[in-house]
Design a protein around this ligand. Structure first.
Ligand code: RBF
Length: 151
């Protein structure tokens, strides 16, 4: 992944939640694939990866909160793709979900990773969800690194 390096990470003792939005599903699916691939590479056991779907990105903070409170995960990755349209929705949802995720980070004893693409076009989003530049890789590793800090 461009722009970031990670130390060697052992996630064999961790339970990781992934909340993934269905809006722009063809893109969020790829982020999910990248994220899961890297979690397995970091030795997180398949049965310790708990997935939850939401309709859109706006619902991700609540799903993250529930994964922490009810499923006892050590970290959550929130995956979504916001693409700017013709109205103000993009701005409102981006602001709300960004703040919502930070609030969950600070209120609960588990880190929540901001795995949300906020793009002007679908092409920009696809370029960040595929190949070596699939941001799901970095977000999965960030979850393992941060969960180990809280262990
Ligand atoms: N959710 C996303 O995850 N990405 C989007 O790009 C997105 N755009 C939206 C645009 C409009 C006009 C509306 C009404 C909703 C959009 N949503 C999007 C869904 C949003 O996150 C949420 O699921 C719904 O607003 C229901 O709370």
């Amino acid at each position: 992944m461009k722009g970031i390096t990670f130390p060697k990470l052992d996630g064999s003792s961790l339970k990781i939640g992934i909340a993934v939005a269905r809006w722009n599903e063809h893109i969020t699916k790829k982020l999910l694939e990248g994220c899961k691939e890297v979690l397995l590479e970091c030795n997180v056991l398949p049965e310790n990866i708990i997935e939850l779907e939401t309709p859109g990105s706006y619902e991700l903070p609540y799903a993250a909160q529930q994964l922490i409170k009810k499923r006892g995960v050590n970290a959550v990755v929130c995956l979504g793709t916001l693409i700017k349209g013709e109205t103000m929705h993009f701005e409102y949802i981006s602001q709300a979900v960004t703040q919502g995720i930070m609030d969950i980070n600070l209120e609960h004893d588990a880190p929540v990773i901001f795995g949300i693409l906020t793009c002007l076009t679908e092409e920009q989003a696809m370029a960040r969800a595929t190949g070596d530049n699939n941001h799901g890789f970095g977000w999965g590793k960030s979850a393992v690194e941060m969960a180990l800090i809280g262990k």
